[in-house]
Design a protein around this ligand. Structure first.
Ligand code: OGA
Ligand code: MN
Length: 277
């Protein structure tokens, strides 16, 4: 249905919104695309329900927001290298993304975000948490904000994707490609929203540029503990046909691993971003 009754309903107080009234199979009219973009700027992650996308439609949808990043570590749909597989089989115990993180912060030009589309969901469990790094930043004291201004974080994929891990065998590969690290401002000015966001994350940030690991740890741990406050987060419960489109620069996410013995399969397309300064 081509509808002009688009409804945007916030999920959390400061992060996440569900958007109803858009059929993602169709090319988006410019003002609809703009509505989605604005909702992303405001809420950091947007959710759509009851979409029935083929792989090609998923790819066309993503292309309307930028170029596609072909993930070098994830396994992909054999016929569609643009689509990474986020999967856990019933006999696998470890999930992908099972801790707070931001995808791609280890890249020099970190991806804008991802469109994750649910194809198989366990009968219960398997939700995803999202946290707003706008809200986390805003809630810091003026003193700490000032201290962080001008600092850079060092981000790496080596400790995550650079080690061969039996528990993720078949799902993650190309360990030898996890070589480059990147630095980014600890506080970024978001390229689309113009808002300031805290840009360090427990998954990939290993220290502050020019600081030792020992010096960095206490402040990073403080920032991680602060940013994990439930007040800054929301929780999304998937159904088959749900699609989440998140902004990597302004949010963290966490895939809950509470569905042992069940299969969970999502298709992820990641969109290229811009340098963060
Ligand atoms: C990801 C990820 C979250 C999930 O695809 O980057 O972390 O809930 N997935 O599967
Ligand atoms: Mn992730």
């Amino acid at each position: 249905m081509r509808s002009n009754t688009i409804e945007i309903s916030p999920v959390g107080a400061c992060v996440g919104a569900e958007i109803a009234g858009i059929d993602l199979r169709e090319p988006l009219a410019p003002q609809v695309r703009e509505t989605v973009q604005q909702a992303m700027n405001e809420h950091g992650v947007v959710f759509f329900r009851d979409q029935a996308l083929t792989e090609d439609q998923h790819i066309s949808l993503a292309r309307q927001f930028g170029d596609i990043n072909i993930n070098r570590f994830f396994s992909h749909v054999p016929t569609h290298p643009e689509i990474a597989l986020v999967v856990k089989e019933p006999d696998q115990t470890r999930n992908i993304g099972g801790g707070w993180h931001t995808d791609h912060s280890y890249d020099r030009i970190p991806a804008l975000g991802s469109m994750l589309y649910a194809r198989e969901i366990p009968p219960k469990g398997g939700d995803t948490l999202f946290a707003s790094m706008y809200a986390a930043y805003d809630a810091l004291s003026d003193g700490l904000k000032q201290t962080l201004e001008g600092m850079r974080g060092v981000h790496s994929s080596r400790h995550v994707f650079g080690v061969k891990r039996g528990d993720l065998e078949g799902r993650i590969g190309n360990y030898e490609l996890a070589t480059q690290d990147a630095t980014h401002p600890v506080v970024i000015t978001h390229p689309d929203s113009g808002r300031k966001a805290l840009y360090v994350n427990p998954g990939f940030t290993i220290g502050f540029d020019g600081w030792t690991a020992d010096e960095s740890r206490p402040l990073l741990e403080y920032l991680y503990r602060h940013a994990q406050k439930p007040e800054f987060s929301c929780r999304f419960q998937w159904q088959v046909g749900s699609l989440a489109f998140w902004d990597n620069r302004s949010t963290w996410h966490y895939a809950l691993n509470d569905y042992q013995g069940e299969r969970r399969l999502l298709h992820r397309i990641t969109i290229e971003g811009v340098a963060l300064g």
